[in-house]
Design a protein around this ligand. Structure first.
Ligand SMILES: Cc1cc2nc3c(=O)[nH]c(=O)nc-3n(C[C@H](O)[C@H](O)[C@H](O)COP(=O)(O)OP(=O)(O)OC[C@H]3O[C@@H](n4cnc5c(N)ncnc54)[C@H](O)[C@@H]3O)c2cc1C
Length: 432
């Protein structure tokens, strides 16, 4: 998002000074090295409907960015069995479901087609899903998905979020294809990070490894930005765009009016722990497996090289095991990487008894804080503001601002760019 905003500022002729806490640009979509290959810290596929924002961003920055699409098989691990869940036919033929489940599933299909998003405001996702699909189908099909993304916060998730997601997901099905279609960027996001850095440094500066420790507010304006290397003075006529997660912004805003701090405190986020490994063989025919077991240490298995092909990784297979965590309930984060790896691999052997650690060439654990927003009931009527009238030159964007669409990279780029447009429009009006 920060890069989307920087790009738009450059296009509007501004000099950009970018502060990034990490040593490298990219945030959650950043890259790392595993077994000598450049890989994404966290798995990223391109969402259907999100591709235009991403592609335009690559093209306008001269960073390539061809998106390829593949239709892949997906499954659910439930009560000791792997079951394809790609399409209604697979569900109707499955021995996992009773006849009543199958009837309920068909009914749900029609109910969803008759539902309008506006009718769902203020309704909990759990209540709507149980009513639409039945409690049993909710438990088998939906609970693992909601656990994967929201953990305990699923209890308060709003129905309009899941409804929008469902519409997008079904839109990524192509007729006559059994499976879902996912996109991937052939050259990864890395060329984009390099091109943007190059562009910013022509007119301004990129400070990586430089966390902002304080955004100083005085008399309704940001007046300074404090980092470990110094203080950057900000004039009232200069915009400050914050694209960090809202829980971080809430910590670093200093001197903000109480109403602003109170509002920011509403927006909580989940952390994530991923382990990714390169193996000399594939573990399953599936791209994506949701884990329907509360006791499992991870909630999803993604054989990423099924999407990208193994050529990118020297013929090896790249697999991610992932789980989001609430900050207050995060025992895993306390564990060493080695301990996490042992726990995750032990459970993986339960799903794939043939999985042998000797096939693993390299592995890495990535722990990221504030990785996904947590949405509460009636979120649609409580969206975070992009601008507080109490702080005139501060504009705010974050994953918490993307709702009810999912916070894919394309949507993040769009929100970053919109932030700049909004700043320019509002300043023009104020100066008239
Ligand atoms: C496990 C996982 C899987 C995902 N899968 C997909 C996917 O398949 N497809 C998809 O499109 N999207 C996916 N995403 C989402 C995608 O990664 C994000 O939407 C995208 O990276 C944009 O994020 P952002 O810029 O809003 O936030 P971030 O990437 O979190 O960027 C915030 C930046 O702020 C920096 N920062 C934090 N504090 C400070 C500070 N004090 N000072 C300076 N800098 C600071 C951080 O280091 C970071 O670089 C996934 C995310 C996760 C976690």
């Amino acid at each position: 998002m920060g890069l989307g905003a920087a790009d738009q500022l450059l296009r509007a002729g501004y000099e950009v000074i970018l502060f990034e806490a990490d040593k490298k640009l990219g945030g959650l979509a950043g890259m790392t090295i595993l077994g000598g290959f450049q890989i994404e810290k966290h798995y990223h596929f391109v969402y259907w409907g999100d591709e235009k924002n991403i592609q335009n961003f690559f093209i306008t920055n001269g960073a390539g960015g061809t998106i390829n699409w593949r239709t892949l098989k997906n499954a659910l691990w439930y009560q000791g069995k792997l079951q394809s869940i790609d399409n209604p036919v697979a569900i109707l033929l499955s021995s996992m479901f009773k006849v009543t489940d199958k009837i309920n599933f068909i009914k749900a299909f029609f109910k969803i087609h008759l539902t309008k998003k506006k009718d769902l405001a203020g309704i909990r996702a759990i209540d709507w899903l149980k009513k639409t699909f039945s409690s049993r189908l909710y438990h088998i099909l939906w609970e693992p998905l909601l656990n994967m993304k929201f953990q305990e916060d699923k209890e308060t998730l709003a129905a309009d979020w899941i409804f929008t997601r469902l519409k997008y997901h079904t839109a990524s099905k192509r007729p006559f294809n059994f499976g879902l279609t996912f996109g991937f960027i052939t050259d990864t996001y890395q060329p984009l990070f390099e091109k943007i850095t190059e562009r910013i440094t022509q007119q301004g500066r990129v400070h990586t490894g430089t966390p902002v420790k304080r955004i100083q507010i005085e008399n309704g304006y940001v007046t300074a930005i404090k980092t470990p290397t110094g203080l950057c003075v900000v004039e009232p006529t200069e915009p400050v765009l914050s694209c960090v997660p809202l829980p971080i912004l809430s910590q670093i805003l200093s001197g903000a009016p109480q109403a602003v701090s109170k509002m920011l405190a509403l927006y909580q986020m989940l952390d994530v722990i991923d382990i990714c490994f390169l193996a000399d063989r594939s573990i399953s025919p599936y791209f994506w497996i949701n884990i329907g077991d509360d006791q499992a240490p991870f909630t999803v298995v993604i054989e990423f090289s099924r999407l990208t092909g193994t050529e990118r990784f020297g013929g090896k297979h790249l697999i991610y095991l992932s789980r989001y965590h609430k900050k207050t309930n995060n025992e895993q984060a306390e564990r060493s990487d080695e301990a996490i790896k042992d726990i995750y691999f032990q459970y993986l052997k339960k799903i794939f008894p043939c999985f042998n650690e000797k096939s693993v060439i390299a592995w890495q654990v990535t722990k990221s804080q504030n990785a996904a927003p947590s949405f509460f009931e009636d979120y649609i009527h409580n969206l975070p503001p992009r601008h507080f009238s109490e702080i005139e030159n501060l504009y705010i964007g974050s994953a918490s601002h993307i709702y009810p669409l999912d916070r894919g990279t394309g949507n993040s780029i769009r929100i970053g760019a919109d932030l700049v447009q909004r700043y320019i429009q509002e300043t023009t009006v104020r100066n008239q």
